[in-house]
Design a protein around this ligand. Structure first.
Ligand code: GAL
Length: 416
């Protein structure tokens, strides 16, 4: 009897210890499971561990994060949200409006986030004027990754316009290469579509049609032209593209089976993990027709209300670590992106990152800095979903450009 009592007491003491330890840990939802992504997230984990905060990994595989967002919704609805989740753009506002988020305004004020963050980044991190999320990076989405050896072997040159893309891609194909490495998943189709929108339509059209949802811009001939160019890309991907993960497509470029991939600069993380060097082993260039423009995609962790002091304390530590110069440097060297905050030295970054940094600054004064709709930065989530579905339906069918444009406009209007 006595022994039993002791066992019970010991068990409850153990429970108490375990509970208080886990309360000071963070459980973090993300979808960073590729080589470069995992290296990045591991760095954050290490930083928190140095600061005395444990990490429970809540990784939901699936590039672009659609699976992760589905799982997050079911966890939140059942009253059990994680400590922090990779949520971006207007979705942060949507979660804030539902009352799920905790503010980290105290940490933000203490560390002068308003001065450290460009306004275009800071605005997205706030809900009703208070910081509820911390930005880890700025990805540039309108990139093209090429294997120079494949181009040499095929006698082709890296295209800078969509017209020339068709000519050079044909050369790669005739020489036996896959011209465009692609994974047939909706978000990847949308990523390529977005590059075509910017390259063919320009930044003004992009903003009017895919940020402001202006019906005149959407109903214009430009939208048909966009679909024509997008449709012309169908011939340059291989038969095994359906369902392929984006990092597998990147490895086709790394290994010299394919010439090019159109993908955000998280792809650079894969070249890095494979030990490849920019310039010699791979080349980064703006997606055709988009040189100087910058389609931005800011990754950020939003914090969910916890209801315990220890939980809030761990969130504050995480938020403060994320904005540190050391974190922003190493994380982004691994991730392929550039720091979200000002005041981080450029010295350790490569030429692709410098190009992204320069384009970010120059495009913000020229008006060609645009939020990525394929990566949840531009549109309410229902409308963004309609755009992704329309792009992927078109790309995987034999719809004409006119049909593609009409379907896009109708489904966007229905989702507004
Ligand atoms: C993006 C995300 C990037 C990258 C990519 C592929 O939406 O912003 O950080 O991880 O998906 O998974």
């Amino acid at each position: 009897m006595k022994n039993n009592k002791l066992t019970t007491l010991a068990a409850s003491a153990l429970l108490a210890t375990t509970t208080s330890v886990s309360a000071a840990d963070v459980e973090v939802l993300h979808w960073w499971t590729s080589g470069g992504e995992a290296a990045s997230v591991n760095y954050l984990k290490g930083k928190l561990s140095d600061a005395g905060v444990g990490w429970t990994d809540f990784a939901v595989a699936g590039g672009g994060g659609e699976n992760a967002m589905t799982v997050l919704k079911s966890r939140a609805i059942s009253g059990n949200p994680p400590t922090a989740a990779q949520i971006k753009g207007p979705s942060i506002q949507e979660w804030g409006d539902l009352g799920f988020l905790a503010d980290i305004d105290g940490v933000a004020k203490q560390n002068n986030w308003d001065e450290l963050l460009p306004a275009v980044v800071a605005d997205v991190m706030k809900h009703e004027g208070k910081y509820v999320a911390a930005p880890v990076n700025v990805h540039r989405v309108n990139w093209m990754w090429s294997n120079p050896e494949v181009f040499r072997a095929a006698g082709a040159t890296i295209p800078t316009t969509w017209d020339d893309f068709m000519v050079q891609a044909k050369k790669l194909q005739d020489a036996g290469y896959v011209a465009l490495a692609h994974g047939g998943q909706p978000w990847q189709d949308a990523t390529v579509f977005e590059a075509v929108v910017l390259g063919v339509g320009g930044a003004d059209y992009y903003n009017k049609a895919f940020v402001e949802m202006d019906m005149d811009a959407l109903n214009s001939d430009t939208t048909v032209e966009v679909f024509e160019t997008f449709g012309n890309l169908r011939q340059f991907i291989d038969a095994n593209a359906p369902g392929r993960d984006w990092n597998v497509a990147t490895s086709m470029v790394i290994e010299g089976q394919a010439g090019m991939q159109i993908m955000g600069d998280w792809a650079k993380g894969e070249f890095k993990v494979a030990g490849k060097n920019v310039g010699t082993d791979f080349v980064c260039s703006a997606a055709p027709g988009t040189s100087g423009a910058h389609t931005f995609n800011v990754d950020s962790f939003a914090f969910f209300a916890q209801g315990t002091t220890a939980g809030t304390g761990a969130q504050n530590i995480m938020a403060a670590e994320i904005l540190g110069t050391d974190f922003q440097t190493v994380f982004n060297l691994n991730k392929g992106s550039i720091p979200a905050r000002l005041g981080v030295s450029r010295a350790e970054f490569d030429t692709c990152a410098h190009d992204s940094m320069d384009a970010f600054v120059a495009s913000s004064s020229s008006g060609s800095l645009v939020p990525s709709f394929a990566h949840g930065m531009a549109l309410p989530s229902a409308v963004a979903g309609a755009v992704v579905d329309s792009a992927t339906n078109f790309f995987n069918s034999d719809q004409s450009a006119e049909e593609g444009a009409a379907q896009l406009v109708a489904s966007m209007a229905a989702a507004m």
